[in-house]
Design a protein around this ligand. Sequence first.
Ligand code: FE2
Length: 375
Amino acid sequence: MLPIQLFDPESSTYTYVLFDENTREALIIDPVDTQIERDLATLRQYGLKLVWAVETHAHADHITSAGQLAELAGARTAAPAGCGITTAAVQLQDGDTLNFGSQHILALATPGHTAGSMSYVWRGTDGQAHVFTGDTLLINGCGRTDFQSGSAEALYHSLTQVLFKLPDETTVWPGHDYQGRTHSTIGQEKAGNARVAGKSQAEFVAIMDGLNLPRPRRIDEAVPANLTSGLRHDAEGALLMQPRPAAGYAGDVSPELAWAWAQSGEAVLVDVRTDAEREWVGFVPGAVALSWKVWPGMALNPEFDDGLRKAVKPGQKTVLLCRSGVRSIAAARRATELGLEAYNILEGFEGDPDGNAHRGQKGGWRYRGLPWRQN
Ligand SMILES: [Fe+2]
């Protein structure tokens, strides 16, 4: 099984998505902020639940979307401890592993391009080994060492004593390529990499010192942003208005986005609570009332499928609302089975219970100040 390899032409960056075929839990390596829609769509397309957003280092040429993916897709962020990415939830040390389903990646400290740079080894279910090398090892090249705490000596050691010690057949997935090449192997790079193959440390250092590369165009903007996982001050408002991918249905949306879609006619808002709940607690004007479960005994509503088919026009999305966002997930899955593009509204009408088990104070449709009425 291969990783999903995605390319950002602007920065020539490769992003990788790895996943467990059974649990559909996924991990993304080096995501790029301007490609977040593509990446979220990829997760949706494959039915994946993102659990990790991981960096190989603090990049100088693009801004990461790791922080946004944490917000939108529920992933946790991880980064090498030596990179100073203080917002990453997990600070990785050499030898640490990150699990996704029954799969995991192993972190290898490979300093040189930057002092904190890491590579990640993944062994798929078929036993094939892969290594994600960031800017440490590129195809027939390597990352520069002349800024950002780089060291040609450290890079030589990481290449020859860490990466080239991996089995020859290990597939190399680089952080960049500028010539359309997608992957290589450790054996190939060990034998033929123009910078390092057959070179002594002194020769390698002389090559690196003589490169005289221009300063990266976006370094002043990118590095500080990447030290906070790419999150900027305006992020929260923007994040609110994007769906998050989910397993088994089109995604989760904030109450605000659901209302915006319902008002524009882009989506039909379906309230799946019981008639009694709507009566006692309140309802959303204009929402279609279609219970997911009905009394007596809260059995599944036999009218649900037909009611939904009648309520939603071709090409329209469906956004589903319940009390706290549990029944609406089940209903969104069912709606998806019926062929609809169905979204669960996060937090539901009443939100989560607080410390006293009272609802209404922790999120939810009413708490967010969206329109509702009571008879
Ligand atoms: Fe880099």
